[in-house]
Design a protein around this ligand. Structure first.
Ligand SMILES: *[C@@H]1O[C@H](CO)[C@@H](O)[C@H](O)[C@H]1NC(C)=O
Ligand SMILES: CC(=O)N[C@H]1CO[C@H](CO)[C@@H](O)[C@@H]1O
Length: 542
């Protein structure tokens, strides 16, 4: 009886066109709809299909297709999934959480929808990201699907289109800011940890000003981490360690690598911080070690090389500004260009986190020919594809077959002729976050320490076989994700025990956990991974 207006009908027609269940290889959105309906009809079969075809389906249930889904969420919406806390629920969150039907929740992925992938503010429609990520937790880490909870914190949206859209599903007001905003996240954190003390909360796709502040605010008190900040850095470090192995050297030689970093934004500084801590840890974790680790990095931003002389320096970048005393004998000065820095430093690695497509120009790559490394590594980590600092074709054609190439976005391998292949490695976050979550859960660690994150990255880096690494492959295939995750999780458990953070999980108390050998830890992890099989019925004995 309701009057249906014309724009709504047009929208529906568009939906038919973009999401019809026709040839799904040309319509990833259609694939998503088919999978989503399967999820609603038969959850076990859904996860079976996802796990058995993870390489093909991860890009459907998660990035990039999930981005399209979030952009059209009100049109694609069929059944609610997850839990929504809105600014209007202030004071009620504890009751809401205690009214949630699940007795146990192991894993929460929470977002406020403010920076969904590269798409910006999508308001509550960003819930699709939390749902997709948890599907990957189930598929890769075997977290029980009954015990995951996607969460949307709805504090409004600054997306003008959504503010006017009659089909928008969230609060139609501008985003809360400042203390009011923080109070809402505080209340949410208190409520979920009060009811489920063992839960792990993964923060996802918060705009970066809040991502860093909330991470600092909670990471010492709650079991939480931010995948965009910490997971991304971990995957980059694993790649850097892989590049050391590919040079035929042990990973412990990492602190000797000279690394030129392009980009001093939050991603760049986040990776440099984590990488220098990894170096320092290998050198003994003292003052001298930190100083030595620091001196392995040269950071170049839009104004050139960052040195002590720079005025207006970002406080996070300051520790990595080159000292005056170091510059003279290298013939470098404040503001030196990227090409000049590469020429003078002769780095082992150039690491692109600049979001400037093509920044590693022909000149820069040519300059790398004089690298002091036998196998220089090029990490063009910026996303999406058009922002990559260079393509593998460019890198291999200028520098030849010996180099290591890795990127943030997917690229195909390069045919170098006469049967040789130039490998294009993709630093996918999926390599680490499932194992970090699972390892934290099974260790019962109180918090997620830097050491645990580093242990995860180191395990990923050592996962590859010697022959593979020497061929220039630094990340394993996604089809092995369950095995990778099992190993990463075991490394996280071991580190939590070593740092005395582990409190045990279910029947496994902390002392027993500490007694497990390396293999037994892997086995313990394996036994606690859920699989999509129907258990046989157990008959009750009298
Ligand atoms: C799900 O699918 C499997 C395989 O076809 C079937 O055996 C099972 O009965 C289905 N479960 C439900 C709840 O429909
Ligand atoms: C049906 C519908 O609204 N489809 C839209 C989904 O999102 C993409 C990106 O914004 C649009 O191009 C489609 O028109």
């Amino acid at each position: 009886s309701q009057k249906v207006d014309r724009p709504f009908l047009l929208d529906m027609q568009r939906l038919q066109k973009y999401a019809r269940d026709g040839p799904s290889d040309t319509y990833p959105l259609a694939k998503w709809r088919i999978l989503n309906r399967l999820h609603d009809r038969n959850e076990t079969m859904y996860y079976k299909v996802l796990i058995d075809n993870i390489e093909e389906h991860a890009p459907i249930v998660y990035t990039p297709t999930v981005g399209l889904v979030c952009q059209n969420y009100s049109g694609l919406f069929r059944r609610p999934r997850g839990m929504y806390f809105s600014a209007e629920d202030r004071g009620e969150m504890m009751s809401m959480v205690y009214n949630w039907p699940a007795d146990q929740v192991d894993m929460i992925v929470v977002t406020d929808g403010s920076r969904i992938l590269g798409l910006g503010d999508l308001g509550v429609h960003g819930i699709g990201i939390a749902i997709g990520k948890l599907d990957l937790y189930v598929a890769a880490a075997g977290i029980n699907p009954q015990r995951v909870l996607p969460v949307m914190i709805d504090v409004g949206t600054n997306n003008e289109k959504l503010l006017k859209d009659p089909l928008y599903l969230g609060l139609q007001e501008h985003r809360l800011e400042g203390e009011e905003y923080v109070a809402i996240i505080d209340e949410f954190m208190e409520a979920v940890f009060a009811r489920w003390p063992n839960v792990i909360v993964q923060f996802e796709d918060f705009q970066s000003k809040w991502a860093f502040r909330l991470l600092q605010r909670y990471r010492k008190t709650y079991r939480m981490f931010n995948d965009d900040v910490q997971g991304t850095a971990g995957v980059a470090i694993a790649g850097l360690l892989g590049a050391v192995r590919a040079q035929g050297r042990p990973m412990l030689d990492f602190p000797k690598q000279k690394i030129v970093v392009a980009g001093a934004g939050s991603a760049g500084i986040g990776v440099v911080n984590a990488a220098s801590r990894t170096m320092a840890r290998m050198l003994g974790n003292n003052e001298v070690a930190f100083e030595s680790a620091r001196s392995q990095f040269w950071i170049v931003d839009a104004h050139g090389l960052i040195t002590e002389e720079r005025t207006n320096i970002d406080p996070d970048a300051r520790p990595f500004a080159r000292r005056k005393s170091e510059l003279g004998h290298q013939g470098l000065s404040e503001g030196a260009s990227l090409v000049e820095v590469v020429k003078k430093v002769k780095p082992d690695v150039i690491l692109g986190l600049s979001a400037v497509g093509g920044l590693f120009s022909k000149e820069v790559l040519e300059a790398l020919k004089d690298s002091s490394s036998s196998r220089p590594a090029i990490f063009a980590m910026s996303n999406p594809t058009k922002n990559a600092e260079c393509t593998p074709e460019e890198a291999f054609s200028i520098l030849g077959e010996k180099i290591i190439f890795a990127s943030g976005s997917p690229f195909s391998d390069v045919d170098l002729g006469n049967g040789k292949i130039g490998h294009s490695n993709q630093g996918n976050n999926m390599y680490l976050f499932p194992g970090i979550g699972l390892g934290t859960l099974l260790s019962g660690a109180r918090v997620i320490s830097d050491g645990m994150l580093q242990a995860a990255a180191e395990r990923l880096a050592s996962y590859m076989k010697e022959e593979e690494v020497l061929e220039g492959i630094v990340y394993p295939p996604i089809s092995r994700i369950r095995d990778i995750t099992k190993e990463v999780a075991a490394a996280v458990v071991k580190e939590a025990v070593a740092e005395d953070l582990a409190e045990g999980y279910r029947d496994m108390d902390a002392r027993e956990l500490a007694r497990l050998s390396e293999e037994e830890t892997v086995e313990y992890v394996q036994q606690n991974m859920w699989s999509p099989v129907y258990p046989t019925i157990v008959y009750k004995k009298d």
